[in-house]
Design a protein around this ligand. Structure first.
Ligand code: UGA
Length: 452
């Protein structure tokens, strides 16, 4: 067992994934969450969300005795050397960041530190607007512990860059580690922990101020979302140009090392729990400082209308949608997750319903979450085949592997009118176009899909 004991406040994607990964490499970890039912569920070996590998690793970690949970925040702090704050930072209705969970975690940690004599490091890992660690977390802990930061306890901000669907893989292979530190000792303790975790494969590490580390996280997500919105903007131009194909454009520009090939997959738009929330939060923050961020505004604007292009393409293939069965394949905001937060599918389904279509939906993992959103306004297909049966148009909204295996024959066999709108560019136009009605985001008329 490694010498440092860790605790996590907040057992969502980031907290639970990090906890099981650390335990898998011999660290003793204590988990705490403000929701006692969540703790019960996790303690019984069940993850409250679907994420590849997490549930198996959770069971192993509990079994090995390295991962335990408590309902008592003081026990979590008292029994550990380093506490990670991994609570949610959702949006308020006006887009500004809601820091209530950060404040309550800081309060609990402060109260627990009052009675602790050994050195303790607090690491904020939740995404927070610049200045939060210094101006909210630090004074709250100082106030409740009665101890100044740097005197027996330290503070870092350490952004996470995990992607849902590959969170475990990303934890073991990060591109870099960014450590914002209140003082040198705080940074040393955290870097030392990561050295113990990564061993010879220690990633490049940047040590900097708290505020820089906080802003790196926002700039990172804003840049990624901007890259996708950029290629979607180009895709929309391609669609109007006979012979054009955004896939070729993405490859052409992606080979330029200054641009790079990743995050240039054009499609129905980006979704998920982070991009919109973070972009809106940094816009709100900047506007209060009277700074404009026009590229971030444009990134959001492009994405707001991108899902509707799917419906326009469907209408282009089969005319008006009134009374017609339309199949939506894929509901999760990306494959390998059941997460539907800000998923593109929500806008697509709402628009289809508004156009009078009868909407059937299918997703390998997200049907449960979909029911909470769509209620009885859509038909929940029990299988992929059922979703396609007698349908007049199929829309690929999420690129699950199982959809990639479908051939033109499958659509022709099952559907009333074989018409497919490929919103994630998973099919080769040469194979589909001659056999059925086919349209794809970023593919101009008679465009040739890239040869691979
Ligand atoms: C994103 C970032 O990629 C992570 O680095 C970050 O840690 C995380 O937010 C966070 O802030 O917690 P995530 O939202 O899980 O991760 O998923 P992504 O893989 O970034 O995908 C976001 C959306 O962009 C998805 O809807 C995806 O379909 C879409 N996308 C992505 C595209 O449409 N095209 C692309 O080329 C890439």
């Amino acid at each position: 067992m490694k010498d440092k004991v860790l605790s996590f406040f907040g057992l969502g994607y980031v907290g639970l994934t990090s906890a099981v990964c650390l335990a898998s490499r011999g660290f003793k970890v204590i988990g705490f969450d403000a929701d006692p039912q969540k703790i019960e569920l996790i303690n019984s070996g069940k993850a409250p969300f679907y994420e590849p590998q997490v549930e198996e690793m959770l069971r192993e970690a509990i079994g090995s005795g390295l991962l335990s949970f408590t309902h008592n925040p003081s026990e979590a702090v008292g029994g550990s050397d380093i506490t990670f704050i991994t609570v949610g930072t959702p949006s308020n209705p006006d887009g500004s960041i809601n820091l209530e969970q950060i404040k309550s975690a800081s309060t609990q940690i402060g109260q627990a530190l009052r009675g602790k004599s050994e050195y303790h490091l607090v690491v904020v890992r939740s995404t927070v607007i610049p200045g939060t660690t210094e101006n909210i977390v630090k004074p709250t802990i100082e106030g409740y512990s009665g101890r100044k930061c740097g005197e027996g306890w330290g503070l870092c901000f350490n952004p996470e860059f995990l992607k849902e669907g590959s969170a475990v893989k990303d934890t073991f292979n990060p591109d870099r580690i960014v450590i914002g530190e209140f003082d040198r000792t705080s940074g040393e303790v955290l870097e030392e922990l990561y050295r113990g975790f990564y061993g010879d494969e220690m990633p490049r590490t940047i040590r900097t101020t708290l505020v820089n580390a906080e802003l790196v996280k926002y700039a990172n997500n804003a840049f990624l979302a901007m890259k996708v919105s950029f290629i979607n903007m180009i895709a929309n131009l391609c669609q109007e140009l006979p012979g054009a194909d955004v896939e070729v454009i993405a490859e052409g520009i992606g080979l330029d090392k200054r641009i790079g090939p990743l995050f240039l997959r054009a499609g129905a738009g980006w979704g998920g729990s982070c991009f919109r929330k973070d972009l809106e939060a940094i816009l709100d923050f900047a506007s209060k400082k009277r700074v404009e961020l026009p590229l971030i505004e444009a990134t959001l604007e492009i994405n707001n209308t991108q899902p509707y292009r799917m419906v326009d393409l469907a209408k282009g293939l089969i005319g008006d949608l009134i009374g017609k069965k339309v199949s939506v394949l894929g509901l999760a905001f990306k494959p390998d997750t059941d997460d539907m937060r800000d998923a593109v599918s929500i806008k697509v389904v709402e628009k289809l319903l508004e156009e009078g279509a009868r909407v059937a939906v299918y997703d390998p993992k997200a049907m449960g979450n979909a029911k909470k959103i769509f209620g009885d306004s859509v038909e929940y297909a029990g299988s992929l085949d059922d979703c396609l049966r007698d349908s007049s148009c199929a829309l690929i909204v999420t690129e699950w592997e199982v959809f990639k295996k479908l051939t033109p024959k499958d659509f022709i066999k099952l559907m009333k009118v074989p018409a497919v709108v490929d919103g994630r560019r998973i099919y080769k136009a040469e194979a589909f176009s001659p056999n059925l009605r086919f349209a794809a985001i970023g593919l101009g008329e008679r465009g040739t899909a890239i040869q691979r």
